[in-house]
Write a protein that binds this ligand. Structure first.
Ligand code: G3H
Ligand code: 13P
Ligand code: ZN
Length: 322
């Protein structure tokens, strides 16, 4: 089947109490690892591309890689989504260039300005059969070179969501309930430590999610910054020459709970980066004489695939939902 929008997948996810995984893609091995996992467990999929990914790999290469994945996976629905579109022009370029979904992220702007920019993108996108994700509230962490300090992050205000959605016409809404971008999501003083000395982050604000979904019944909610920062990969990196102290993510049980509620799309990027980097670091440590990229990218791709399968089955719950 050709690339699809997220409309149908979100409707089924909302009704079925699961979420669709939105995984960031930057090169062929990442596309292959993710799509082979989704194909094997028969899961709908969102492949997303950031401004940074377009700058790194080039729009056309990424679109063609995703088109190749669509050919290789004819039985699962795949959407191609712009992640954190910074402005109308970037969204337009992706809408004109084959994407089926875009995010306009004007969440750093004042409320009225966010509405104005989002509405403009929605009008253009809907005229071209493309759906739009918008954002209200500010996540902490690093996204597209912008670092938002934990103290500058702000939860979504539920009392604003109805006006925002009705005035913009957006198709889904990313909200801030305590997730955060990157591998260092929380400072040590925001967390407690468990018996192994690992940081335990503050719980997500499910009260905010509940209030938002009460005000927007049936409307798909999106969670960004939802990597769990698997400690086995942090250890693999640190054991093989890396230095990532206190990298901590969102506990998977909390994401599973969000997926059973109004959350229909869960964004995961950092976890794939950790799997790839850990695998490659270990490979070089064990084989200092090797220099063929295929030899170290192959196990990296295989570990991305295993990780995505685990997310689909144990966290998102969207296996066998294609
Ligand atoms: O939220 C941001 C995504 O993880 C994309 O990251 O801007 O480094 O491509 P990037
Ligand atoms: P992570 O950094 O937690 O993987 O979040 C990715 C994301 O939100 C992409 O938009
Ligand atoms: Zn994000």
């Amino acid at each position: 089947m050709p690339l699809v929008t997220t409309t149908e997948m979100f409707k089924k996810a909302y009704d079925g109490g699961y979420a669709i995984g939105a995984f960031n893609v930057n090169n062929m091995e990442i596309v292959q690892g993710i799509t082979e996992a989704a194909r094997e467990v028969n899961a709908p999929l969102i492949l997303q591309v950031s401004k940074g990914a377009r700058a790194y790999a080039n729009h056309t290469y990424l679109v063609k890689l995703v088109e190749a994945a669509v050919i290789e996976c004819p039985n699962i629905p795949i959407a191609l989504h712009l992640d954190h579109g910074p402005d109308f022009e970037t969204c337009k370029s992706c809408i004109d260039g084959g994407f089926t979904s875009v995010m306009i992220d004007a969440s750093s702007k004042p409320f009225e300005e966010n509405i104005e920019i989002t509405k403009k993108v929605v009008e253009y996108a809907h005229d071209h059969g493309v759906v739009v994700e918008a954002e209200l509230g500010t996540l902490a962490g690093i996204e597209d070179e912008v670092k938002v300090a934990a103290h500058a992050a702000s939860y979504t205000r539920p009392e604003e969501v109805e006006e925002f959605v009705s005035k913009t016409g957006c198709d889904s809404l990313a909200i801030a309930i305590g997730t955060s971008h990157g591998a260092y999501k929380f400072t040590a003083d925001q967390c407690t430590r468990n018996e192994k000395g690992i940081l335990v982050p503050p719980p997500l604000r499910f009260d905010v999610l509940e209030e938002v979904s009460k005000r927007l019944p049936g409307f798909p909610i999106v969670l960004h910054g939802s990597s769990s920062v698997p400690q086995n990969y942090v250890k693999m990196i640190n054991d093989n020459g890396g230095k990532m102290p206190d990298a901590v993510g969102i506990p998977e049980e909390q994401l599973r709970k969000a997926a059973s509620m109004a959350v229909c799309k869960i964004n995961i990027d950092s976890d794939l980066r950790l799997a790839m980097t850990g695998t490659i670091r270990q490979f070089f440590n064990e084989h200092p004489d090797k220099f063929d990229p295929r030899e170290y990218l192959k196990p990296a791709r295989a570990n991305i695939k295993e990780l995505v399968k685990h997310k689909i089955i144990d966290v998102l719950g969207c296996d066998n939902k294609a």
